[in-house]
Design a protein around this ligand. Structure first.
Ligand SMILES: Nc1ncnc2c1ncn2[C@@H]1O[C@H](COP(=O)(O)OP(=O)(O)OP(=O)(O)O)[C@@H](O)[C@H]1O
Ligand SMILES: [Mg+2]
Length: 205
């Protein structure tokens, strides 16, 4: 019996095995509140999109889990198990980890954006700090391989909100992320301008 490690809004994530390797299996389960045809379409699109983006995002700078297998009969993805803890858990346990991990987050996001990729759900629960110290980015089903400045702005904004709500005691966390982002992102100004615009929109609507 596979043991669940997370039951999210859309997916059940279990520890699994693939050809003798420890793996994670993420299955998009049916949602009764959605019309069956729409439900199938969403599960199918998100599974495909996630696989595509997890693969394309991998670079010398960004680590993502290796995809071992995809089963479209149950909308599941089997991927490499990353030994470590989510950045959320790591920061909750020891806030001083921020000094190490925040620059890595900024650098990884800048590299994704430099290659025209948006993440779509940029929170500290969707990054795993490996026991080897390497940051791994996951949960990319809402990303886009042809992202525009608006989508990049949304990534930055989501991250800002994630730090404000999940890590309110880590004072310079988001600032440290952005210092690194600005250092590595080409034309970071355009994204930052967009981020402010999105923030203002959220405030006044
Ligand atoms: N490759 C992996 N290795 C180790 N742990 C993982 C891996 N992928 C996911 N996890 C763990 O499972 C949790 C949930 O995974 P994920 O964020 O992909 O799904 P989700 O948030 O439920 O999905 P979605 O937002 O797409 O509905 C992560 O926060 C992490 O703790
Ligand atoms: Mg997630």
């Amino acid at each position: 019996m596979e043991s669940p490690i997370a039951v999210g809004a859309e997916a059940v994530v279990t520890v699994s095995e693939f050809l003798g390797r420890k793996a994670v299996r993420k299955t998009r389960v049916p949602k009764k509140y959605r019309h069956p045809i729409l439900d199938e379409r969403i599960r199918s699109t998100r599974t495909r999109n996630e696989v595509r983006i997890i693969r394309q995002s991998r670079s010398d700078i960004v680590r993502t889990p290796v995809i071992y297998d995809v089963d479209m009969s149950e909308y599941s993805i089997t991927m490499e198990f990353i030994e470590g803890s989510t950045v959320k858990e790591a920061l909750d346990k020891d806030p001083s980890v921020a000094e190490y991990v925040c620059p890595l987050i900024g650098k990884a996001l800048a590299d994704l954006h430099n290659r025209g990729i948006s993440h779509g759900d940029m929170t500290t629960s969707n990054m795993i700090l490996g026991n080897d110290g390497i940051l791994c980015i996951t949960d990319m089903s809402l990303g886009n391989l042809n992202a525009d400045t608006e989508e990049m702005g949304v990534d930055v904004r989501l991250l800002q909100r994630a730090f404000a709500s999940a890590h309110p005691t880590i004072e310079k966390g988001f600032d440290t992320v952005m210092e690194s982002y600005v250092k590595h992102k080409t034309d970071a100004d355009a994204v930052i301008k967009k981020t402010e615009e999105i923030g203002n929109r959220a405030r006044y609507t």
